[in-house]
Design a protein around this ligand. Structure first.
Ligand SMILES: Cc1cc2nc3c(=O)[nH]c(=O)nc-3n(C[C@H](O)[C@H](O)[C@H](O)COP(=O)(O)O)c2cc1C
Length: 408
């Protein structure tokens, strides 16, 4: 068999803490830490713990040149090689290595910049009730944060005593200013009401719909949308968790930008609920769709209550086709999503709806529900929109009283 290393590998020397009774009985806290190597390979589910011999072996292996495995067996032993092959850190050309080899090849075909792919993979969450953890740590209030971390860096940035400052004229507000001032992050959706279909469709069309098309070259067509996109490639797809929309059955959908239509996607309730056992209190009384909405936004029920949640997931290969293995390309994909988000928030505001964005999302749970692959079309953020509630239960940031109290 011939072997090479997987496409991208980052070796992390991680400090790992664990509890030891002996250390506690010896008069300490019982917490002992030691160093452990972790191998990050973005096509794998999780980083793999490896030892120093593995590090030496992996460090010698080329990610491009295939070499005969016999000298490696002799130097490092069959068991070590087999373990690294099964883990997917080494890739073999034999039939029994086909699964890991296909994942590695699929990953290579996306043209990721190596460090970006490691960052992207390492920042994905699974099954995390982030809201619950923040609340438990008392960090869900300004006072809690201030007590724990001390004062933050100042609100305004002052570059020191300037000899001369140039005052600028104030502008006259236009309707765009009114719209911008009326936007705020909604954490109070009306769960007793449905969203009119016209407003649902309007928002999707405005934000994600195609407004024009250019034939740039053979097999290369480019869309015009209301938000900018690096290279005009518009890689971001909108996947919907529809909860309460007039005339649209609750469920999962893909928004088709070209013909402004919904593609229904099945919901595998058993697969969605498979991770729910560690959140029994929050999962009970929830349907699979309700649970998915809750876990998708990291346990933030105030966002899960939105009538529609929009998962924004770039098809990385569409962007990286042009910006091939490019150090800036992932940043551009993230910025694209940020622009789409602001267009969505302003559109919802104009329609009198509430809206939000969050990056505190459980990417892995979302990917499994929608049949996505993290390094191919992984979610970067979730937006939501819907009808606002009449009363505020979860706090919102509205110092200028543009939204609250609700006006009929
Ligand atoms: C990228 C991004 C992520 C955010 N994530 C969260 C979040 O996880 N939970 C939340 O309650 N608000 C989230 N927000 C909303 C901010 O808290 C909010 O924008 C901020 O408090 C200012 O309030 P405003 O949007 O009403 O002006 C996020 C905002 C942005 C831009």
């Amino acid at each position: 068999m011939r072997i090479r290393r997987c496409a991208v590998l980052w070796l992390e020397p991680r400090e790992v803490a664990h509890f030891e009774l002996e250390a506690l009985l010896g008069g300490g806290t019982g917490v002992v830490s030691n160093m452990q190597w972790y191998a990050h390979a973005p096509q794998l589910e999780a980083p793999q713990p490896v030892d120093v011999q593995d590090v030496t072996l992996l460090g010698e292996m080329s990610p491009s040149d295939w070499i005969d495995d016999v000298p490696l067996y002799e130097r490092f032993g069959a068991q070590r090689l087999l373990t690294l092959l099964q883990a997917g850190l080494l890739i073999g050309d034999s039939e029994d290595c086909a699964g890991q080899r296909q994942a590695d090849e699929h990953f290579r075909a996306q043209h990721w910049y190596g460090l970006s792919s490691v960052w992207h993979a390492a920042s994905r969450w699974q099954g995390l009730d982030a809201a619950g953890e923040v609340a438990e740590a008392g960090m869900d209030t300004a006072l809690g944060l201030r007590t724990r971390y001390g004062a933050p860096p100042p609100m305004l940035h002052d570059r020191g005593e300037a000899a001369e400052r140039i005052p600028l004229p104030r502008s006259t507000h236009t309707p765009l200013d009114e719209l911008l001032d009326a936007r705020n992050s909604c954490r109070n959706f009306d769960t007793s009401n449905t969203l009119p279909q016209a407003q649902f469709a309007h928002t999707l069309e405005r934000v994600f719909g195609a407004r024009g098309q250019v034939h740039a070259a053979e097999d290369f067509d480019v869309l015009k949308k209301t938000s900018p996109s690096g290279g005009a490639l518009h890689p971001t797809e909108a996947y919907l968790i529809v909860r309460r929309v007039e005339g649209v059955a609750p469920g999962l959908y893909h928004y088709r930008a070209g013909d402004h239509a919904l593609q229904p996607l099945g919901l595998d309730a058993d697969a969605v609920m498979a991770g729910a056992e560690k959140h029994v209190d929050n999962a009970k009384d929830k349907s699979a769709l309700d649970y998915l909405a809750w876990i998708a936004v990291g346990g933030q029920q105030w966002f899960a209550d939105a009538h529609v949640l929009v998962v924004m997931a770039p098809r990385f290969a569409r962007n990286f086709w042009k910006y091939r293995n490019h150090a800036k390309a992932y940043r551009v994909a993230i910025l694209d999503v940020g622009h789409l988000s602001q267009t969505l928030l302003l559109t919802a505001t104009e329609l009198g709806l509430g809206s939000f964005i969050t990056a505190a999302i459980n990417e892995v749970d979302i990917e499994r529900a929608f049949g996505l692959t993290g390094y191919v079309d992984g979610p970067l953020a979730v937006c939501g929109f819907g009808v606002r509630a009449d009363t505020m239960v979860t706090s919102e940031f509205d110092p200028n009283r543009k939204v609250w109290p609700r006006r009929g």
